[in-house]
Design a protein around this ligand. Structure first.
Ligand code: 13P
Length: 336
């Protein structure tokens, strides 16, 4: 696939007023989400839940793509239509999580590095055949006493760049995600410094591995105080600091940046994105790739009565898509 074709996909992912829904929870992670609402973590419940989300009427109005898990990209609706077909018919690009998750980083106690490069070329070839247009790899950067170390930042950046190069070889747009976690009591300045160092290292590594930025999407965490920090910054400060950090570390040629929600409330995730876009124009479209902030309300409702609340849960996820789509344009307002 040519770089022009990869660039077309990347641009479609961040089309005006559209963003991504992340439903790529591993079987272990969805178990935790299901436990929280009293749903058994069976394959059929996972399939039914993802069918509810992916077939929500009008989802494609504000959703350009959905990130799937390995199990999900092989599944179909109850009526037997492959999820990837349902998505393409609705104008939603199929994406796939391809990393194998974080493991302890040897020599760096308390830090992690994401695995999954072994056999990745073959897995990507298969995912491309199954219809994947983009692929996500998540690196996890923890803020702690002496963390992150430069070893941790560089090891994760190197792996992200190796995966991104393999994606482009397979004709798949890489969505590179270096997530700086919100866990901890650090303030927003510490998050700024760690995020800037992480992004600079990442873009250095992408350059070293000959990754074409025109066909790459960044999935970023916002610059925000830790969950346990007493000094919470307001939405304008989060937005301004996030933009300042991105401008300092992300090349303008990148086609777009999408954010993860990372444990923010639904409303905060939307308000922060909206505030950033109200401060535009920026060098890149800024949109969303939310997991929890797209799903949590719909999951609660669906779990209470899977059949009875099916349509109402679909309405809620479509509403979250609409609100975040407005925020991607800077046109959202609370309660509208
Ligand atoms: P959250 O929005 O729930 O953080 O999930 C997004 C995601 O895909 C993390 O990899």
């Amino acid at each position: 696939m040519s770089i022009e074709q990869l660039a077309d996909i990347a641009q479609a992912m961040v089309a005006p007023g559209k963003g991504i829904i992340a439903i790529d929870e591993s079987t272990n992670t969805i178990k935790k989400r299901f436990e929280g609402v009293g749903v058994e973590n069976s394959e059929d419940n996972r399939r039914a839940y993802r069918e509810m989300l992916l077939t929500a009427p009008n989802l494609g109005d504000h959703i350009s793509g959905a990130i799937l898990y390995d199990e999900t990209i092989r599944q179909s609706t109850r009526a037997g239509v492959p999820f990837t077909k349902v998505m393409m018919d609705a104008g939603i690009l199929p994406g796939i999580k391809v990393d194998k998750g974080p493991v302890p980083l040897a020599g760096c106690p308390g830090e992690v590095v994401t695995e999954g490069l072994d056999g990745l070329r073959q897995r990507l070839e298969e995912y491309a055949r199954l219809g994947a247009k983009f692929a996500k790899w998540r690196a996890v950067i923890n803020i702690g006493e002496d963390a992150p170390s430069s070893t941790c930042i560089e090891s994760n950046a190197h792996a992200l760049a190796r995966y991104a190069a393999l994606c482009q070889e397979a004709g798949i747009v890489p969505m590179v995600e270096p997530e700086v976690l919100m866990d901890g009591d650090h303030d927003i300045e510490v998050c700024y410094d760690v995020t800037e160092a992480t992004l600079r290292s990442l873009f250095g590594a992408l350059y070293e591995q000959n990754v074409m930025l025109e066909g790459t999407i960044l999935k970023a965490s916002m610059v925000i105080a830790g969950k346990d920090c007493k000094d919470k910054a307001d939405a304008e400060t989060v937005a301004a600091e996030t933009i300042r950090c991105l401008k300092s570390a992300v090349p303008a040629i990148l086609p777009g940046i999408v954010f993860l929600s990372g444990g923010q409330s639904d409303e905060d995730a939307t308000a922060h994105l909206n505030a950033m876009n109200q401060m535009g124009p920026h060098p890149w479209p800024l949109s969303f790739s939310y997991g929890r902030a797209m799903q949590s309300a719909a999951l609660k409702l669906w779990a209470a009565d899977m059949k009875g609340n099916f349509a109402a849960a679909q309405k809620i996820v479509a509403q979250r898509a609409r609100e975040n789509g407005l925020a991607a344009l800077g046109r959202w307002s609370k309660g509208a």
